[in-house]
Write a protein that binds this ligand. Structure first.
Ligand SMILES: [Ca+2]
Length: 283
């Protein structure tokens, strides 16, 4: 989901006293500073909560929500009805390293302590945990390492013969806690998803802009904005970060009037624009 930062109510103050004459873009921006606010349909709050997982299901039968058997009330997922030699799985993709925690339960064919049909949890196709037989609700916590996308998959797997028990698995209360990125940054600072930092900005803005949320004086003052090879480069103080948009997509918008049409600036020396704003995509 795209979460956009765009100019909001602060724009008026930001643009006050704008000189009409053409001057280097960086100077204009330095005089005006920059205001960043949330896009109305950005869905920030959802993004700042513990990220929800987008689940997909497949195999020979699909997992489905039901409320007959759940951990701690409410509903849980139950594996689909499958036959011998078949599998029913549900999975979610996550980015980067983190910890996945969940509750699961199984009722399946077993021999003594050995699960013959079983529920399996895998990360990127590699089995990490397995339960089977008459296994009550069990909590599991699994560390996921490495950058990039990881696939978390829960499968109910049957061997070639015999069924026993309720012949299925259940899954409930799956949480994903990233060890990097915005969610981890928030957790480290004990900030709520909708926290307003000491400098008045949202936590997400502080994260995106490299600001210290505990420091009321640590706010964004633009030194320069350039467009290099179509990419916006913003330099600001006091952090004096050089933000190239490599990790955060940014677009510089220009307009001849505040209530005019905002266009993407592809020429930093275009003197017709009197007003500018930076639109960034939050991480
Ligand atoms: Ca079996």
């Amino acid at each position: 989901m795209k979460r956009l930062l765009a100019i909001g109510a602060a724009l008026a103050a930001w643009a006050a006293g704008v000189p009409a004459e053409a001057m280097p873009l960086g100077m204009r921006v330095a005089m005006w500073g920059v205001a960043v606010a949330r896009d109305r349909d950005g869905g920030l709050s959802g993004a700042l909560d513990a990220p929800g997982l987008d689940l997909t299901t497949g195999g020979d039968a699909e997992w489905a929500a039901q409320s007959e058997t759940a951990h701690g009330g409410g509903s849980a997922l139950k594996s689909g009805a499958i036959g011998d030699g078949q599998v029913s799985w549900v999975e979610a993709s996550v980015d980067g390293a983190g910890v996945v925690s969940f509750w699961w339960k199984a009722s399946s064919e077993h021999y003594r302590q050995y699960a013959i049909d079983y529920a399996m949890f895998s990360v990127d196709g590699q089995e990490r945990l397995r339960i089977g037989g008459e296994q009550g609700w069990t909590n599991a916590t699994v560390q996921v390492e490495g950058a990039g996308t990881h696939v978390l998959r829960w499968s109910y797997v049957k061997d070639d013969e015999v069924s026993d028990g309720e012949d299925c698995a259940w899954l409930d209360e799956v949480t994903w806690t990233p060890s990097s990125g915005l969610a981890a940054w928030l957790a480290e600072r004990h900030l709520a998803a909708d926290a307003r930092a000491a400098n008045g900005r949202t936590a997400a803005e502080c994260y995106a802009l490299g600001l210290d949320p505990a420091d009321p004086t640590d706010d964004l003052r633009i030194v320069s904005i350039e467009v290099v090879d179509g990419k916006v480069q913003v330099e600001w103080t006091p952090k004096v970060n050089r933000w190239t948009g490599a990790s955060i997509n940014a677009a510089l918008k220009g307009s001849e009037a505040l209530d005019g049409e905002w266009q993407t600036v592809t020429d930093a020396n275009n003197a017709s624009f009197r007003f500018f704003k930076v639109v960034v995509e939050l991480p």
